[in-house]
Design a protein around this ligand. Structure first.
Ligand code: AMP
Length: 398
């Protein structure tokens, strides 16, 4: 792997909040950045990058023009067509490349890869027609979750079913040629393993994060996760197995369910910096963004150790429904750090920013985050702890 020290130029496909924070860190270090995004100059990352290209994420010719000006290209979303990435690979280094993206973008391929590497995951089956629903659900049982094979995120392209009738309706509603049916996991908590895999294959781990989703969208991340050390080390070992199996270089996240009997089941792989690792910018000696830049530029990795206990609250567009939120209410909390992504249009469910609290201990971080949430009008992080539910319908699901 070629070493690309500053002032090398890094291209980023997708100009959202993850790219924006890569650019913040790249500027501090002295790397140059060019961002490609359909939003042009308004895209969160393009607002602060050295240059940008206004183009659709599937515009191969535009991506090629960008790559020709870069030393390495990376991405802030896995929704870049793998074919676009293949086309760049002779212009500059592409991390991750088309091979990894092709595998991640297809949920069935991803599940098959995970099984091949002996990483436990929910019981699942491929559905290719209405006729195959019965054999698939015989395998998963009810309740189950039907997910489109391609292009799903934040619960989009998913339908939960309690019985065969609901499953048949879910299939109709998704309207896709193929889908993956999964058992509904009655998890106790959700965690993410956040790691960087460097040039020599060495993995460095950020602290495992505990995540609470509301309506499928990340609401709160807590560090340290409330898991024992045996589960933490098992989670890390699954993460490194996935990263090594992919031959991945960069920061990635593995989302896992933890069941009441202490099993870990892989939900999803994200081959990029991750929303649940925002706490690392301010809460760790090296942020996920700097670590990703180091890894994709073939530099030695930094120290991912935590600097304290962290609580991160996501700020969604819903908060803007009447007026700009009262930011002074955040600034009145000395341990809270406000991050706004510069998105022009605050749509409901859209990730607009987050607040990170870093404190000496978990109690203090929790209290401060609770107070910020109350003052901003965000649902309380403590009442959003997922209750351990039985197979009762969740109206928010699907
Ligand atoms: P995904 O888009 O697959 O990451 O799913 C978003 C969220 O939906 C997850 O973080 C879980 O909270 C929930 N979810 C997804 N798949 C399952 C499953 N098989 N069982 C239970 N909950 C799930």
């Amino acid at each position: 792997m070629r070493s690309l020290p500053p002032p090398a130029t890094i291209g980023i496909l997708g100009g959202g909040q993850l790219a924006r924070m890569m650019v913040v860190e790249a500027r501090r270090i002295g790397y140059r950045t060019i961002v490609l995004d359909p939003g042009g100059a308004d895209a969160p990352a393009a607002q602060i990058s050295d240059d940008f290209v206004e183009a659709a994420l599937d515009d191969g010719a535009a991506a090629r023009r960008l790559a020709e000006r870069c030393d390495v290209v990376t991405l802030d979303t896995e929704h870049i067509p793998a074919d676009v990435l293949y086309e760049l690979e002779d212009a500059c280094a592409v991390r991750p490349g088309g091979r990894i993206l092709a595998l991640i973008q297809d949920r069935w391929e991803q599940r098959t890869f995970v099984a091949r590497h002996d990483v436990p995951q929910p019981v699942h089956a491929l559905v290719t027609s209405p006729e195959t629903l019965a054999s698939a659900s015989a395998k998963t049982g009810f309740p189950c979750v039907l997910k489109t094979t391609r292009s799903g995120y934040d619960g989009k392209g998913q339908a939960r079913a309690q019985d065969p009738e609901e499953l048949a309706r879910g299939w109709e509603d998704l309207g896709q040629p193929t889908a993956v049916l999964e058992e509904f996991v009655d998890f106790e908590r959700e965690i993410s393993v956040l790691l960087a895999r460097g040039r020599d294959g060495e993995c460095r781990f950020f602290p495992v994060a505990e995540n609470v989703h509301v309506d499928h969208i990340l609401h709160t991340t807590r560090v340290p996760a409330r898991i024992d050390s045996a589960i933490e080390s098992e989670a890390r070992s699954l993460g490194s197995r996935v990263a090594a199996g992919l031959g991945y270089h960069g920061v990635m996240a593995i989302e896992l369910f933890v069941t009441a009997d202490g099993r870990l089941l892989l939900n999803e792989i994200a081959p990029r910096p991750h929303n649940s690792a925002h706490f690392t910018l301010g809460g760790c000696a090296t942020s996920q963004f700097e670590q990703h830049l180091r890894a994709v530029c073939g530099q030695p990795l930094g120290d991912p150790s935590p600097l304290g206990a962290c609580v991160m609250l996501n700020l969604l567009g819903d908060l803007w429904s009447e007026r700009e939120p009262d930011w002074e209410a955040v600034f009145r909390h000395p341990l809270a750090r406000l991050h706004l992504y510069g998105k022009v249009e605050p749509r409901p469910g859209r990730k607009m920013g987050h607040v990170l609290v870093v404190a000496r201990d978990a109690r203090r971080a929790e209290d401060e985050a609770e107070s910020v949430a109350r003052h901003l009008g965000v649902a309380s992080p403590s009442t959003t702890h997922r209750p351990v539910t039985g197979p009762t319908p969740d109206p928010a699901f699907g």
